[in-house]
Design a protein around this ligand. Structure first.
Ligand SMILES: NC(=O)c1ccc[n+]([C@@H]2O[C@H](COP(=O)([O-])OP(=O)(O)OC[C@H]3O[C@@H](n4cnc5c(N)ncnc54)[C@H](O)[C@@H]3O)[C@@H](O)[C@H]2O)c1
Length: 255
């Protein structure tokens, strides 16, 4: 899909990977609606990008909130062609820790935001994408989800996070099959360790071993590198139903 004048809804677009994606897509000629829970950051980001960006405060886990955000996108930019799901949270809790069993509510919250929230946004957006005039090769929409290498090699304490991201990987192919008849593609990016505010919260004792496990280049990934893969996925019409690791060949060790 050509990016010029297309409309992209980016969840978690106020920070980190989503923010870098907003910048890249706008530079490539798209219009961007930033959907985020953090109003201050979302407003600041949208203002910095100018007239081709706008923001909406919404919670990806809530049906009504997301439906309203999609309607605001359509009202503002008159279309919806691309969804990039970046909203998500990290988690750390062992299955059985010093204080007993992993709190069930915590497990449910992580799965609710990272997995259910991703599905909630894409299912509602796909309905609107189905109304688009197909391109000459029949394309009406592109969806990009964000998993993690923890979907495959989750570390100690990552049961909830890995379950949520494993779900994002697992649903990619069946959704591609569901939406094929509507001319909508879906792919998932599984990032390694990226330099974002989410990772910035981790102490050096967590970050440094992860950088050591990254083969080459031996550093954190740049949000612009994630954004550049998003751009490629949007533009490459034959890429569908796939999960792509973007990780400097990291294979995470147990801890
Ligand atoms: N940074 C990494 O190293 C890394 C690695 C692998 C995967 N990821 C995944 O990439 C995605 C983006 O991560 P990031 O590092 O940019 O994080 P980030 O914390 O910088 O940004 C996440 C954004 O999502 C928003 N958000 C959180 N919950 C939300 C909700 N319920 N509704 C709407 N918005 C919500 C936050 O307000 C924030 O602006 C996440 O899904 C994360 O799990 C990140």
């Amino acid at each position: 899909m050509e990016l010029t004048n297309k409309v992209a809804l980016i969840t978690g677009g106020a920070s980190g990977l989503g923010l870098a994606t907003a910048e890249t897509l706008i530079e490539s000629g798209a219009k961007v609606m930033i959907l985020d829970l953090n109003e201050d950051n979302a407003k600041a980001a949208a203002e910095s990008f100018g007239e081709n960006a706008c923001y909406v405060v919404a919670n990806v886990t809530e049906e009504e909130s997301v439906q309203k955000a999609i309607e605001e996108t359509l009202n503002k930019f008159d279309g919806l062609h691309i969804v990039v799901n970046c909203a998500g949270i990290g988690s750390a809790s062992k299955t059985v820790g010093k204080n007993g069993a992993h709190p069930l509510d915590y497990f449910k919250t992580v799965v609710d935001i990272n997995l259910n929230g991703t599905f909630n946004v894409l299912r509602l957006a796909a309905v609107e994408m189905g109304n688009n005039e197909p391109s000459k090769d029949g394309e009406c929409g592109v969806i990009i989800n964000t998993a993690s290498v923890a979907a495959f090699d989750g570390q100690v304490g990552q049961a909830a996070y890995s379950a949520s991201k494993g779900g994002v990987v697992g649903m990619t192919l069946p959704i591609a099959r569901d939406l094929a008849r509507m001319g909508i593609r879906i792919n998932t990016i599984a990032p390694g360790i990226f330099d974002t505010p989410l990772m910035g919260m981790a102490p050096d004792s967590i970050r440094n071993p992860l950088i050591e496990m990254t083969q080459f280049p031996k550093r954190l990934g740049l949000p612009s590198e994630y954004a550049s893969l998003v751009k490629h996925i949007v533009e490459n019409a034959f890429l569908n139903g796939e999960t792509i690791r973007l990780d400097g060949a990291i294979r995470m060790q147990p801890k």
